[in-house]
Write a protein that binds this ligand. Structure first.
Ligand SMILES: [Zn+2]
Length: 246
């Protein structure tokens, strides 16, 4: 009953639903992007969700991080998120990682995921996540917001990453200005990409960066290419190749 309406979608159906139920997704960051991503993946019936975050809820999170409520201020984000998601869909197996990811522990954390969704807010973590996903050959859905602007792109071993685009050199202002609804829009796009990748349907945003401008109400698609000198792609550690996700 819960999935009745999405079972009607020809690209999903019973088979697709079973595939979602058998999938594991890791979502890094349970904040402004992570809230819509986790909510829609849980409601769609993704079987296993791993929530990674090492922060506690603060009042200034509440304009956008809707998995956390006023009473949650001071609580661990992973626990606050898990609480809401288990109420939303008790069938989803939720695991939490309340640890800061670093070069030592990240691959161990991501191994076994069918897709990783990056919902963080800083360049260093994005690059570390991309490096690990490319190394393990796990598809990665990347998204970011600033003010009323945002972007989404899918990243893979054979497709360009943010470092291919020279993103390493972009130093955003902190704290990043964000309107909650903008994070919501970009997070929803990330959840959509994640479901497409899990089901192998549609055209993933590989090599295609979608840029959103909330002020003009426009989306612009930019075709991007892998950079042969990209430090993330060049440092591929073949010895630790994970399972082939295509
Ligand atoms: Zn690259």
């Amino acid at each position: 009953m819960r999935y009745e309406r999405q079972l009607l979608i020809p690209q999903i159906g019973q088979k697709g639903q079973e595939r979602l139920a058998a999938s594991k997704v890791t979502v890094i960051g349970a904040g402004g992007l992570g809230s819509p991503v986790l909510t829609y993946l849980a409601s769609a019936g993704v079987g296993k969700l791993q929530i990674v975050d090492c922060d506690v809820v603060s009042e200034s999170n509440l304009n956008r991080q809707f998995l956390h409520h006023t009473d949650d201020v001071g609580k661990l984000k992973v626990l606050s998120a898990k609480e809401k998601l288990s109420m939303l869909n008790p069938d989803v197996v939720l695991s939490t990682v309340n640890r800061r990811l670093n070069g030592e522990n990240i691959e161990e954390c991501l191994i076994g995921s069918d897709v990783v969704v990056d919902c963080v807010d800083n360049t260093d973590t994005r690059i570390m996540v991309a490096r690990a996903c490319i190394n393990l050959n796990i598809p990665l859905v990347e998204g970011g917001v600033s003010g009323l602007y945002g972007y989404v792109i899918d990243i893979g071993r054979d497709y360009p990453c943010l470092s291919c685009l020279g993103y390493d050199n972009v130093k955003p202002v902190t704290p990043i200005p964000v309107l909650g609804v903008t994070a919501g829009i970009i997070g929803c796009m990330q959840a959509n990409e994640c479901i497409k990748l899990l089901l192998g349907i549609g055209e993933p945003l590989y090599g295609r960066m979608l840029n959103y401008d909330g002020l003009s109400g426009t989306w612009e698609e930019i075709q991007v290419k892998k950079d042969e000198n990209c430090p993330v792609h060049a440092n591929l550690n073949i010895a630790t190749r994970g399972k082939n996700n295509g």
